[in-house]
Design a protein around this ligand. Structure first.
Ligand code: NAD
Length: 476
């Protein structure tokens, strides 16, 4: 018996989890379930992370977690438990397969059959945010080489293991040349290791438009966290209903399985929610556990139930459905169909599968690193860039001289445009032609402070192996 941690979560969570567990038990899945409590009631009981220490122990012991959706209370300083779980357990890959149930469930895209592979730990979800001045806030976007390597290799290994033909990469590296540029660069490094899999790349904006318009053109699509969050909801919705798709969150040691939708408080407690999303999450879990035969049995029973027109309210239509049923009754219909094969849909063939194992990413060797200057961020409520520019120009020492000032990334000094709107947050770049020392930077900052310049933060400018590791100013 494999022990799996389960949490019934909030809203419709208990209803869809009960239906899912009943199906897994009726299919004789060799699994024992350990239930933990997470979410709203735990937040309200004073556990600001939404989970008690004892529950972490159960998750750590079992390593596999089937989770119903939870409600994240807004405001009050509560952090999303979903993000905490993914990051604490190192669940770097969020895998969201999106296919349709055409012609039994309405969709504009009958032929779509794609998988979004979303990086799950980094990007803007590092959660490092600051208010820096009365007018300006900031969120750090972190993209790391090991993070990119893990998710991109996972995407190619997933494609190979699942007999998929192509992996597409979405980035915005025409704008974010260093962060998204790293993701794209590593994609180009890894793709040639998989000559049997086609690869291509889109800028995320046109890529997202194409996915919404012609999703059937895509196969496996890998992308950084935020784009993946947004685009996988779009693909879930256009496949028929957000209530249908399941997802897996995969790490080196842990894995968590869930539906892609949330706790749907608007329909909670009414026995009308569709349990298929969580059930398909459970099918992914069975495959991960090497229980492909049970996964196949459950998936085929789900396909037969949908073919029979036994539908929950979210996918029910007068013309396509035979019977509108509740959550519990839908689950009972799936149980009654265990052992049957679909007539219209291709039969699910999941037996013999096993968990994907990705090697630990290589650590980057030491690089030659030269400190070539510093960006000094300054709070100054004035309006005329020349005023602050002329003051700072006199503060440079030796080779370390004021190069430019930007406001919201646009160069405003020297020779800015009068029309450029300026906030109270100025990035003042001091650069040298030869490497400088940390002491020179400290001396510069001291001089700024002594002259009444309100320094709010600094960012060092490094060359790595003689290449600049920082972007130019817009308009520079
Ligand atoms: P939601 O996905 O819960 O609901 C969006 C809409 O889809 C609602 O109209 C809902 O009734 C419908 N819907 C969702 N699942 C359905 C199902 N299985 N069957 C039928 N209809 C279904 O999104 P939301 O309303 O934006 O979020 C509600 C809460 O869920 C929020 O607190 C949010 O933070 C949380 N959430 C949790 C997770 C998670 O636990 N993984 C994911 C997303 C949102």
């Amino acid at each position: 018996m494999t022990r799996v941690t389960i949490a019934k979560g909030d809203g419709i969570g208990p209803e869809i989890m009960d239906a899912t567990i009943a199906i897994l038990q009726a299919a004789n899945a060799p699994i024992a379930f350990d239930e933990i409590k997470i979410g709203k009631q735990e937040y309200e009981a004073g556990f600001t992370s939404g989970i008690r220490p004892e529950a972490w122990d159960t998750i750590a012991k079992n390593k596999i977690f089937l989770k119903a959706p939870i409600t994240t209370p807004s405001g009050g300083g509560y952090k999303s438990l979903n993000v905490t779980l993914r990051k604490t357990l190192g669940l770097y890959a969020n895998v969201r397969p999106c296919n349709t149930f055409h012609p039994f469930v309405k969709t504009l895209h009958p032929d779509m059959d794609l998988v979004i592979i979303r990086e799950n730990e980094e990007d803007l979800y590092a959660g490092i945010e600051h208010q820096q001045t009365p007018e300006v806030t900031q969120c750090l976007k972190l993209i790391t080489r090991p993070g990119c390597e893990k998710i991109i290799r996972y995407a190619f290994e997933y494609a190979r293991a699942n007999k998929r033909k192509k992996v597409t990469c979405f980035t915005k590296d025409n704008i974010m040349k260093i962060t998204d540029g790293l993701f794209h660069k590593i994609f180009k490094e890894i793709a040639p290791e998989y000559p049997d899999i086609e690869s291509d790349q889109y800028i995320v904006d046109i890529g997202a438009a194409r996915i919404a318009d012609t999703p059937e053109r895509f196969d496996v699509v890998v992308m950084p966290n935020l784009y993946g969050d947004i685009i996988s909801d779009i693909t879930g919705q256009i496949s028929g209903s957000v209530g249908l798709a399941g997802s897996s969150n995969i790490g080196m040691n842990y894995a968590m399985f869930e539906a892609i939708h949330g706790s749907a408080p608007d329909i909670a407690g009414q026995n009308i929610a569709n349990p298929s999303g969580l059930l398909q999450g459970a099918v992914l879990m069975l495959q991960h556990l090497g229980m492909g035969d049970v996964a196949e049995k459950v998936q085929n029973a789900l396909l037969v139930t949908i073919e029979e027109g036994i539908h929950t309210a979210d996918i029910y239509s007068e013309s396509l459905s035979n019977k509108k049923v509740g959550t519990k009754e839908f689950g009972e219909a799936v149980i009654a169909n265990l052992g049957k094969k679909p007539h219209h849909f291709p039969e699910a063939k999941l037996a013999g599968g096993k968990a994907l194992v990705i090697p630990e990413p290589k650590r980057q060797p030491e690089m030659k690193r030269d400190l070539m200057g510093v960006d000094v961020f300054v709070y100054w409520p004035g309006k005329n860039p020349n005023e602050i520019g002329d003051k700072l120009r006199d503060l440079g020492t030796g080779d370390l001289q004021l190069d430019m000032i930007t406001n919201r990334g646009v160069k405003v000094y020297p020779n800015g445009f009068d029309e450029t709107f300026c906030t109270d947050h100025w990035r003042c770049r001091f650069k040298s032609h030869t490497p400088v020392t940390f002491d020179q930077i400290i001396a510069l900052l001291q001089k700024c402070h002594d002259n009444g310049v309100d320094v709010i933060k600094t960012e060092h400018l490094y060359y790595f192996d003689n290449q600049p590791g920082f972007s130019m100013g817009q308009g520079q």
